[in-house]
Design a protein around this ligand. Structure first.
Ligand SMILES: [Zn+2]
Length: 228
């Protein structure tokens, strides 16, 4: 059984038959975080890009929990060299790897990826996760709209997580277009309402998704759980 908890902003916690996978663990400094980083004990940590609101508590969390970190090659190197972490998969776009809980493939994202200390964080990514039971989840992470979302949609998605905040990522209009390209069974909006520039009416967006697509929108509150 796979469950998803939204921890505010882009931070996601998957519980896949007891394996805990955290994506973009930004809890310290996140005004919408429903828990503290200290409450998490992940087995895996996925990092989509180098910005502070995504790397967040990852270093501390990895050190304390011994979790395996999955990210791009450059961020992987940074974690290894600067922070002396050793359990790292530094992958690249288009590449996937079979982990015990399922397969993770790095997908494109249109964004930046400089690390908090100015180091080169490579290129930002999203994640396509195929869990062991066959469920497919696409976390777009931070990105603008791009046409190749159609290719990702061809995989047959059970769930997509899409930013709707605008300003740094897709806004409401483009996120509806993304749903049309991806055609997931369900979609959850993320990366909104954390800070003033990305304040959005997620309910109004969900209403449009319902009206214009066959996809079921699920608007979560930080801390909410969703069964996949
Ligand atoms: Zn972000």
């Amino acid at each position: 059984m796979i469950r998803l908890q939204w921890l505010g902003h882009s931070c996601l916690l998957f519980d896949a038959d007891g394996t805990r996978i955290v994506i973009d663990p930004f809890l310290t400094g996140n005004p919408t975080a429903p828990i503290k980083a200290a409450d998490l004990k992940p087995d895996f940590i996925l990092i989509s890009h180098g910005h502070n609101d995504h790397v967040g508590d990852a270093v501390e969390l990895a050190r304390r929990s011994g979790a395996i970190v999955v990210t791009n090659y450059e961020i992987g190197n940074w974690l290894e060299e600067k922070h002396k972490l050793t359990r790292i998969h530094g992958m690249q776009h288009g590449g996937g790897y079979n982990f015990p809980f399922g397969r993770v493939k790095l997908t494109l994202a249109l964004h930046g990826s400089a690390l908090p200390d100015g180091s080169n964080g490579g290129n930002p990514c999203g994640f396509l996760i195929t869990f062991k039971d066959g469920k497919k989840v696409y976390d777009a992470a931070d990105t603008g709209l791009f046409g190749d979302m159609k290719l990702i949609g061809e995989e047959g998605l059970d769930l997509a997580l899409l930013p709707i905040g605008d300003y740094y990522t897709m806004g409401l209009d483009d996120a509806v277009r993304a749903v049309k390209l991806l055609a997931p069974k369900r979609v959850v909006p993320i990366h909104f309402n954390t800070f003033p520039p990305i304040r959005q009416d997620a309910m109004a967006w969900a209403e449009r998704v319902r009206r214009e697509t066959a996809c079921e929108p699920v608007v979560m509150k930080p801390g909410d759980w969703l069964d996949l």
